[in-house]
Design a binder for this molecule. Sequence first.
Ligand SMILES: [Zn+2]
Length: 89
Amino acid sequence: MAKRFSEKLLYRIRNEVPLASLLRETLQHPCKKSEGCDRFLCPRCGEFNTAINPKNNLGRCFRCEENFAMPTSISSQLAEKYASIILLI
Ligand SMILES: [Zn+2]
């Protein structure tokens, strides 16, 4: 399978595009802010027991005990939307 995006581009997106605003504003993924944290709907368990750490740009679901580095790891549906965004950067 051919690579669609270079490692350098994926690295930049992973580190330079804030996950919270990407999920909320661009991908329109269900998100909310509570207790000062950005939270997103976990696609695996369907709960908001999550947080996005702005320091390392990682999302974490505490119930699933899983980290999400970028939207492509969240769901294939989001990955398709995300791919179209990558092309714009
Ligand atoms: Zn979960």
